[in-house]
Every structure is written in C-alpha cells, then in structure tokens.
Design a binder for this molecule. Structure first.
Ligand SMILES: Nc1ncnc2c1ncn2[C@@H]1O[C@H](COP(=O)(O)OP(=O)(O)OP(=O)(O)O)[C@@H](O)[C@H]1O
Ligand SMILES: [Mg+2]
Length: 232
C-alpha cells in the first residue's frame, strides 16, 4: 500500500498534544447556557488565566478540565484521559476537612509512590507552609482559619500531590494584593522549574494582566478573547 510520508513539510514536525482541547463546547444546565461553543486549547507548561464576571462560566470551564462536567454539545479532549498526566484542582469552595487541622488536611496528599519517605513529604510541606505563611498555623483547625489561610492550605495540599497541571478556581479571592503576588510567584516557580501547566480562574482581569501567561476571557459563556494578556 502506498503511504504518503512527507506530503507537506509540516508533517515532519512532531505535534504537541494539548493538555485540554475544547472543540465547540457548549454546556447547558437546564435553561442556563453556562458555556457556548468554546474553542480553546491549553498546551503543556502554559499558564492560562480564565477571566470573566460572576456567572461568566469560569468554574464550569475548570470543572470540565477536571472531568467533572461533560459537554452538552461539542467535544473536550483531556490529556489525563489517555495518558499518565495528573491534574490537581483547588476548587472555589476549597473542599477542606473543617474538623481537621491545616497539617492534617495537607497529609491527604501523601502518596508513597511520589516521595522517598514520609519525612521528605513533611519537609516539603513545611517549606511550602513557610513560603505562604501557614507555618505558624499548622495545628489550627480549618474551621478556625480565615478565608485566606484556608485557600493557602488548599493550594499547598494540591501542590504536594505533585500535579502535572493545576486548576485553581479564584485562589486569591480571600487574599490581599501582596499575598496574591506571593502565591503567583510560587506557582510561576513551579511552572518554570517543574513545567507545571497552570489554569487560574479569576474575576480580576487587571491582576491577570500583571502576570506572564495567556488569558481566556469569558462573557455569558462565550469565549470573547484568547491570547496574550498584554493585548487585552
Ligand atoms: N451545577 C449547576 N447547576 C445549574 N446551574 C449552574 C451549575 N453550575 C453553574 N451554573 C450556572 O452556570 C452559569 C456559569 O456558572 P459558573 O459557576 O461557571 O460561573 P463563574 O464564572 O465561575 O462565576 P463566579 O465568578 O461567580 O464563580 C451561572 O449562571 C451558574 O448559575
Ligand atoms: Mg466560579
């Protein structure tokens, strides 16, 4: 059988598989159209800010990436569905154990396959706690923590699971400007040093513009813009 090997020069270039690929994806919740014909790709090691007002569809988009919501029409392809690629989420509602301490919540991410020992996990946990200012509160119950502290604990828990991609839904909603920048710096470090793919949802478009990365802007479930933040 004749196979055309090099019909175009492009065929010789290996194709990068996207981490997430949305192909004309729409999501309806009853009469609510949460996403409308979204066309979007996220490549490995990319940083993408998903911006938009309340109700624009940001959480729906991230929940689809996490595999929690399927399209009403269109298709989504997730790298984690057919390869060894781990995606962690920091959900908008954080999903922490309220009656357990900060440290106990972080231990949930311990996986013996990822760490040489429990001591090594503990060391990394304390390092992250120091960087984000949680160190003094490790024995505090989540129900006694303020919103900012809770979101930092959820973030540390997600990072300790050593994800290839991290979905963070409004991670700075309860943080002041300085703490938001510190968090971004930490995640940017993971992106640069470990190749972490990062998807970060925020209603704060101005904040997203100050960081390196791409922006996908949603309005009423429609993707209005996708590209470099500086061109918004
Ligand atoms: N499980 C659900 N059932 C019904 N409606 C939903 C559900 N999830 C989301 N919606 C609706 O879909 C629309 C998009 O919601 P979504 O939570 O994705 O927006 P968002 O941009 O994350 O908003 P916010 O900034 O307030 O978090 C909204 O109108 C919301 O009420
Ligand atoms: Mg949301």
């Amino acid at each position: 059988m004749y196979t055309q090997r090099y019909s175009s020069p492009n065929q010789a270039i290996p194709k990068i598989r996207p981490v997430f690929h949305f192909d004309q994806v729409s999501v309806d919740f009853g009469k609510i159209k949460a996403l409308r014909s979204v066309q979007l790709s996220v490549l490995p090691k990319e940083i993408l800010f998903v911006t938009g007002a309340s109700g624009a569809g940001k959480s729906t988009l991230l929940n689809m990436m996490a595999g929690l919501v399927e399209p009403t029409s269109g298709k989504i392809h997730r790298l984690q569905d057919d390869s060894k690629f781990f995606v962690a989420s920091v959900f908008q509602d954080l999903r922490l154990w309220q009656e357990k301490t900060c440290e106990q919540n972080m231990w949930i991410s311990y996986d013996a396959r990822l760490y040489d020992s429990r001591e090594q996990f503990h060391k990394e946990m304390l390092e992250l706690a120091r960087v984000l200012g949680v160190y003094e509160h490790m024995n505090q119950k989540i129900s006694d923590c303020n919103g900012g502290l809770k979101s930092k604990v959820a973030m540390i828990r997600a990072l300790l699971s050593k994800p290839d991609a991290l979905l963070a839904d409004e991670p700075t909603a309860a943080l002041d400007r300085e703490a938001s920048f510190r968090l971004f710096e930490l995640l940017n470090h993971y992106n640069q040093k470990k190749g972490l793919t990062l998807v970060w949802a925020t209603h704060n478009r101005e904040m997203a513009k100050q960081f390196p990365g791409k922006v996908a802007h949603l309005d009423g479930g429609r993707l209005m813009y996708s590209g470099q933040a500086c061109f918004i």
